[in-house]
Design a protein around this ligand. Structure first.
Ligand code: ATP
Ligand code: MG
Length: 348
């Protein structure tokens, strides 16, 4: 059953995965309107609900095991739906086990360090799920599309030659490999929006007063660089989808589908980690039994020695009784059906 589910999720996300070593041409290879054969939003919502439940369970186990950390990197163009995806996908997860960090234009302090510095200081710890709302990939996207950003990074001349992007791809791959080898898993999602859907979403931000605050004229100016971004994304996906940290291109024109896919990729990664609750040693179990005895001895007059065990036993008996009564009813029904059938036979 568990394996069945794992197989179905792997099959579902396979078309979104960027095969390591392949050359991506976004416009030709990935359709932003794809919905994976799910016709109705309500079916998608149902799928998301089950994904959220699984995530919550895996996150508890990940935190208890305290060995692996997971980092979800979300990249998208403006209005791609990063914020909504985080809000929906993580809605069932214990906030204590999750850390969301957004990356904006670098501060002076950040520019005074190497370009991966600010990402490295915000990595999740073991047992945590970290979310990067924009990530180290901005360093080969916005920084590439607007070379002014590179100039501001105070690099020595030798470090900003024409090979700078190829070098950054290699450095990013190496950094991710190092982290993967040491117990951290990357989930890299690109929310792939069409130009027309972005136009519609910008207009909605203008038309609906409650959304006006989300509108930024800078976002619209950035839209003029659409083709440059498509090219930068295509090259980045081709160069940095690796066996240890593959990219998933998630169709983002339908928000509900983008959320289902993101949840599925996260669950897939957590299933592969398969975190387990720590086993308690024989010695600890013996100590627990001793402490139980001490606590039971402190029960006030009239109170059950262990109220939790008593309640559990009571519930167990109730469930047992209701099961028995259901079984009796079913047996009676079956007997009556047999009796009726016999009657029919003899009277015909
Ligand atoms: P929203 O969806 O709410 O608009 P956002 O992620 O776009 O969220 P903003 O504050 O609007 O957040 O924009 C952050 C800006 O920071 C983006 O335009 C992004 O390109 C820019 N940015 C991120 N990282 C870098 C970087 N390393 N160098 C230069 N600019 C960067
Ligand atoms: Mg923005």
């Amino acid at each position: 059953m568990g394996d069945d589910r794992a197989d179905r999720i792997a099959e579902f996300i396979e078309p979104l995965r960027v095969e390591p070593g392949s050359t991506v041409r976004l416009a030709e290879d990935f359709d932003p309107g794809f919905t994976g054969g799910i016709r109705e939003k309500k079916d998608g919502v149902e799928l998301l609900r089950s994904g959220i439940e699984q995530l919550a369970d895996y996150q508890r186990r990940l935190a208890a095991q305290d060995t692996y950390g997971v980092l979800l990197c979300l990249q998208a163009l403006d209005a791609g739906g990063k914020d909504g995806t985080i809000r929906h996908v993580m809605s069932g997860v214990n906030p204590q086990g999750v850390r969301v960090v957004g990356f904006k234009v670098p501060s002076n302090e950040e520019l005074d360090h190497d370009y991966l510095w600010r990402y490295a200081r915000n990595l999740p710890s073991r047992g945590e799920i970290g979310i990067f709302n924009r990530s180290h990939y901005e360093e080969v996207l916005v920084v590439r599309v607007h070379p002014d950003n590179l100039r501001r990074q105070k690099l020595p001349d030798a470090a900003r030659g024409p090979d700078v992007w190829q070098r950054r791809y290699r450095e990013i791959n190496d950094w991710e490999r190092y982290l993967t080898d040491n117990g951290f898993r990357f989930v890299k999602i690109f929310l792939n929006l069409s130009k027309e859907e972005q136009r519609t979403r910008f207009l909605k931000r203008i038309d609906v007063p409650e959304r006006n605050w989300k509108f930024s004229s800078a976002d619209v100016r950035e839209r003029a660089y659409w083709d440059d971004y498509q090219q930068a994304f295509s090259q980045m996906l081709s160069a940095t989808s690796t066996q240890w940290a593959p990219w998933y291109v998630v169709p983002a024109d339908h928000k509900w589908f983008a959320r289902v896919c993101t949840a599925a990729v996260l669950v897939h990664t957590l299933m592969a980690i398969n975190p387990q609750y720590p086993q308690v040693s024989e010695e600890s179990r013996r100590q627990l039994a001793e402490v139980r005895e001490e606590l039971e001895a402190e029960a006030p007059a009239g109170a059950p020695p262990d109220p939790y065990a008593a309640e559990k036993k009571d519930n167990g008996t109730k469930i047992e009784k209701s099961k028995r009564s259901k079984k009796n009813k079913k047996n009676k029904k079956d007997a009556k059906r047999k009796e009726d059938a016999k009657h029919k036979k003899t009277s015909s």
